[in-house]
Design a protein around this ligand. Structure first.
Ligand code: ATP
Length: 321
């Protein structure tokens, strides 16, 4: 491999910069040339590609977001767009590519691998929704950000003896919800992966909690669950008379300085990706599984099904009484 390209694609996640920095510096250390590709596959197709030096990634390890910007690229979903991407790699002499993103981005990476470009995927998403890995870059920061925000909501909710519904991100996955459910001591967690309490059951729980003397109720609702946070808050207030507020945390969960955990994994995974390319590997995804950094075939990784830990879910329920 002479020249490695690096891009970030799909939703951004804190720690992506640490991963970019790691790819750039690990490749330079091996005597390779590195180019940064802006705005995901959009920049690849349009040739928004520039050489990166050790200095181009200085002072970014602590920054959220991605210095390479990210985008979704419809054109790249079509074979013609993918061919243009592969052609552009040839024009810029890119013979190895690191794609930092989620499942969708890996599908794009697989297409490029089939067109002869050696590609490696790094799991970057706050959602933790990639089946082959126990960890995705950005998850730890997002959970900590959500946890701190929920602590603040809880303070005021306790003072006013309110019920709070807090909606957290995760798209179709409930990991941020489950983790904050345990970390914030929620009374209930609503997840896309599980059969959730009905609105009636939640109302019963809130009334029982009031009778037990609880001064607040915190319900964490994953954005992909079957219940709408605002409607649920309205219904609870209507039926119980307890003042209830819905807070949708939204994009604040995607930003912020990455935690040490995110910086560490992103740095290790970036260097691992460069090692794989140096060994001539292609069409692989880097994962963290059972305490080890490993790699899987992209197709195999995309076929895996994620299953949420029943143990964590059970514990979240046991501790909510
Ligand atoms: P996140 O989970 O954070 O949203 P993601 O990588 O899953 O990240 P997507 O929007 O699904 O986000 O994909 C990002 C980009 O990857 C798409 O805009 C497109 O350019 C490319 N991509 C997605 N699916 C495919 C596919 N089947 N074939 C080729 N390219 C794809």
């Amino acid at each position: 491999i002479n020249t490695i390209g690096v891009l970030t694609s799909g939703g951004d996640a804190p720690g992506m910069n640490a991963a970019i920095r790691s790819v750039v510096r690990a490749a330079l250390a091996k005597g390779m040339k590195v180019v940064g590709i802006n705005r995901g596959y959009n920049g690849l197709i349009s040739g928004d590609i520039h050489e990166m030096t050790s200095k181009s990634v200085s002072d970014i390890i602590q920054r959220g977001g991605t210095i390479l910007h990210t985008a979704r690229c419809l054109e790249f979903m079509e074979p013609q767009g993918q061919q243009r991407g592969a052609d552009m790699c040839k024009v810029f002499g890119i013979d190895g590519l690191v794609v930092i993103g989620g499942d969708g981005s890996f599908k794009g990476a697989e297409k490029l691998a089939n067109l002869g470009i050696n590609t490696i995927g790094l799991p970057g998403t706050i959602d933790l929704d990639i089946a082959c890995t126990d960890y995705t870059i950005g998850f730890d920061t997002a959970v900590n950000t959500a946890m701190e925000a929920i602590d603040k909501i809880r303070d005021t909710s306790t003072s006013h003896e309110r019920c709070s519904i807090v909606e957290v991100m995760g798209r179709d996955a409930g990991y941020i919800a489950l983790w904050t459910g345990i970390a914030n001591g929620a009374e209930a967690v609503l997840l896309p992966e599980k059969e959730n309490m009905s609105t009636e059951a939640l109302i019963r729980m809130i009334i029982e909690n009031r009778n037990k003397g609880k001064r607040h109720n915190l319900i964490i609702n994953a954005e992909g669950s079957n219940l709408d946070s605002v409607k649920l808050a309205k219904k609870i207030e209507e039926v119980t008379g307890i003042s209830t507020r819905a807070t949708i945390l939204g994009h604040l969960q995607r930003g912020g300085s990455p935690t040490a955990v995110d910086r560490m994994h992103a740095s290790m995974m970036g260097a691992f990706a460069v090692d794989l390319l140096a060994e001539g590997k292609s069409n692989r995804v880097v994962a963290y599984k059972d305490g080890q950094y490993v790699d899987y075939d992209i197709n195999e990784a995309l076929d895996m099904k994620k299953s949420m830990s029943d143990l964590r879910y059970e514990v979240s329920r046991v501790l909510s009484i």
